[in-house]
Design a protein around this ligand. Structure first.
Ligand SMILES: C[S@@+](CC[C@H](N)C(=O)[O-])C[C@H]1O[C@@H](n2cnc3c(N)ncnc32)[C@H](O)[C@@H]1O
Length: 243
């Protein structure tokens, strides 16, 4: 099995590559879901919030708007290019209560008992040992603090996603687990989320499955989504005319 640190480095390199194209109409489910996430968590002014795997800052932005003026978001990501784009986004929105750090969400370097809330948007499935990360977050959460993350549910982007898997298989790809062809979908079932959180020592677990309103109208929109997300890594592996 590949070393976890090596996988995490590859993930960071992939997101470095995607940083400049990450934001756009084709990937609007990120800010849509970020808004739902912070509403669901009923953030209040003054809270201390961690955004783990902030990317271009969708969750940090949504949280910062709800907890200002005294509340602060610490936003971390291993991709420094993503952090550059997040920085530009925050400036454009004149949000000054977010701090950005290059940091591995598996090993958050903050004081113990510090955060009221830890949030994470579509990042956990990219971490090889998701349970280990969730356990590490317990140390930096205040007693009674809360954790919430978004993931893609089973059925997201279907039937297009299934067709992509079929096409890739036609061109020689072998997916070790056809039920989870892409890492992004490792937590696609509510029970998997519940079990992961319970095993990591969390209590009072709630899972909500919701349609955030990102509908794909044209095949070109789907292609654009592929180009702006880790799905492009699979297409890039194809050569020449096949691609
Ligand atoms: C799909 S993007 C989502 C970004 C953002 N949270 C959002 O909802 O738009 C996932 C992000 O997680 C980051 N990430 C993945 N593994 C990480 C790790 N071990 N530590 C920190 N960031 C990580 C990636 O670099 C990427 O920016």
């Amino acid at each position: 099995m590949q070393d976890h640190d090596a996988i995490v480095e590859q993930v960071a390199a992939l997101f470095d590559r995607l940083a400049d194209v990450h934001d756009g109409a084709a990937t609007r489910f990120h800010p849509f879901a970020a808004d739902r996430l912070v509403d669901w968590m009923r953030l209040r002014p003054g809270m201390r919030v961690l955004d783990a795997g902030t990317g271009t800052g969708a969750v940090a932005v949504a949280a910062a708007q709800r907890i200002r003026p005294e509340g602060r978001v610490q936003a971390i990501d291993l991709s420094e290019r993503m952090l550059d784009v997040a920085h530009a986004n925050l400036r454009r929105m004149a949000l000054d209560n977010v701090d950005l750090y290059p940091m591995d969400l598996r090993r958050p370097e903050f004081r113990s008992d510090y955060f009221d809330v830890i949030l994470s948007g579509f990042a956990l499935p990219f971490v090889p040992d998701m349970g280990g990360a969730l356990r590490a977050w317990q140390r930096i959460l205040k007693p009674g603090g809360r954790v919430a993350f978004t993931v893609l549910a089973r059925g997201a982007f279907e039937p297009l996603l299934g067709l992509l898997v079929e096409d890739l298989e036609t061109f020689g790809f072998e997916f070790p687990d056809r039920d989870v062809p892409f890492a992004w979908f490792r937590l696609q079932d509510a029970n998997a989320c519940r079990a992961l959180l319970a095993e990591a020592g969390y209590e009072d677990i709630e899972v909500e499955t919701t349609q955030v309103g990102h509908h794909i109208e044209k095949s070109l929109d789907w292609w654009e989504l592929i180009e702006r997300t880790p799905l492009i890594g699979y297409v890039d592996a194809l050569q020449g005319d096949t691609r």
